[in-house]
Design a protein around this ligand. Sequence first.
Ligand code: THU
Length: 161
Amino acid sequence: MCKKEIGNRYKIQHYSDLADEDRILIDNASNATSNSYAPYSEFSVGCAVLIDDGSIITSANQENCAYPSGMCAERIALYYAGCVIRKNGTDYRNIKTIAISAKDKYSNLATAFPCGACRQAMIEFEVQRKKQPIRILVHQKDNSVAVFESVKDLLPMSFDF
Ligand code: THU
């Protein structure tokens, strides 16, 4: 028998220490929480996706009275990026960074790490994009940001053929 351990590699930066590009993306994710439809959980998640050409796509979680019919903020943005018609030769599947910010029912900043299904959706984009890995920024309730340099750092041992 041999015991093994795996973990998540990430760094923590305070919001005010972020590079402009990252801070703007966190702001976009935070503002996007206002588009959340979350009458059941009262938990608003906003996501902002930075494309290689500098475009930003934002999204927010959308719930449904038939609970499983709802959708997480992250997958809404990712699948939208996959559907955007190529503009000026830009393939919107070329995602550089994904930022996530959330608010609880009192509108206080909350920490929301992407769920397993969203991580799996993210890794599909990363594997297809053969250039650099996709970065993930998770806004935390103390206004620090967890920075993952690759989806693989968020989802080690992911499924692959
Ligand atoms: N949610 C997201 O939008 N992203 C995640 O990665 C996890 C959870 C949403 C789903 C639901 O609307 C609410 O947060 C509470 O689970």
